[in-house]
Every structure is written in structure tokens, then in C-alpha cells.
Design a protein around this ligand. Structure first.
Ligand code: HEC
Length: 136
């Protein structure tokens, strides 16, 4: 019997393709699965009360924020996908700490920024940050 090259070649290619597919699925699965939970834990707050703080302080008068009724402001940047952003306010790394500090006191993070300090305490800021981290 002469080996049929096209028949032996194909499965090899299929196997490589399948392996790459599994690898890609694993990589996506890892980042997708791990990214949400640790952020919420890292900011030490809870998204649900965070939503109420956002409504109470009227963040939506300046920002468009998914999931917050009437939050359709256009003075500041939209907060869509905030949990997936690399940077905050242009040049601050979007780490949980920076996000909490930004929400508490943007003026101390970036003096002169158009976002005013709104007087949130740390508990409120952590809850707000926990909610914003869910925006992915
Ligand atoms: C008076 C309008 C105003 C209000 C009210 C306001 N912000 Fe902002 N916010 C801004 C502006 C303007 C920026 C952009 C600042 C910059 O880049 O220097 C900003 C930036 C941000 C950013 C960074 C966004 C990005 O794309 O990098 C976050 C997060 C944020 N605000 C959250 C909040 C939260 C939470 C509240 C309510 C507690 C709030 N803001 C209330 C005007 C406002």
C-alpha cells in the first residue's frame, strides 16, 4: 500500500488547528473568568450600594453610565467598559487603588481636572469602584 499523503497530512493539520483553538479558548477563558472577581475584591466594595451612591451623587449628570437610570451626561467621558480600560483620566493606570482614589478625590490625582471632588468617603468610593469594575 502506498501511503496517501493527503489523508495523513490532513489530520495533522486538523490536530494543530484544534490545539490552537483549545489554547485560544483557554487564554480567553482565563482572562474573562478571572478578571471580574478579583477586581471587585481588590477594591473592597460592593457593586449594589455603589449604584446607589452613583445615583445619589449624580455622577450621571456628567457621565453616561450603563445600568444607572438617567445617567446620560456628556460633560465627562462615558464610563462604559471602565473595568476593561487600561488608563484612567488619560494617564493614570486603571488599578483598583487608583480608581478608588480617583472617585474620592480626582483633584488630588490630577490637579485642575474638570471633575470636581464630590466628597465621597472611602466606603462609598470603594462601592462605586466595585460597580464601575463590573462595566466590562
Ligand atoms: C461635574 C461633572 C462630573 C461629575 C459630577 C462627575 N465626574 Fe467623573 N469625570 C468628569 C470629567 C470631566 C472627567 C475627565 C477628567 C480628566 O480626564 O481629567 C471625569 C473622569 C472620571 C473617571 C475616569 C474616566 C475615564 O474615562 O478615564 C471616572 C471613573 C469618573 N469620572 C467617575 C465619576 C464618578 C463615580 C462620579 C460620581 C461620584 C463622577 N465621576 C462625577 C466629570 C464629572
Amino acid at each position: 500500500m502506498t501511503p496517501d499523503l493527503s489523508a495523513t497530512g490532513q489530520p495533522g493539520r486538523f490536530r494543530l488547528g484544534a490545539l490552537l483553538g483549545v489554547l485560544a479558548a483557554l487564554l480567553c477563558g482565563c482572562t474573562g473568568g478571572q478578571a471580574t472577581a478579583p477586581y471587585t475584591v481588590a477594591v473592597g466594595g460592593s457593586p449594589h450600594p455603589g449604584k446607589q451612591v452613583i445615583a445619589q451623587y449624580k455622577c450621571g449628570s456628567c457621565h453616561t453610565i450603563p445600568g444607572i437610570p438617567h445617567a446620560q451626561g456628556v460633560f465627562g467621558p462615558p464610563l462604559n467598559f471602565l473595568g476593561r480600560r487600561t488608563m484612567l483620566a488619560g494617564n493614570l493606570p486603571n488599578t483598583p487603588d487608583n480608581l478608588v482614589r480617583w472617585v474620592m478625590s480626582p483633584q488630588s490625582m490630577k490637579p485642575g481636572t474638570a471633575m470636581p471632588d464630590l466628597g465621597l468617603d472611602e466606603r462609598q468610593a470603594r462601592d462605586v469602584a466595585a460597580y464601575l469594575e463590573t462595566l466590562r
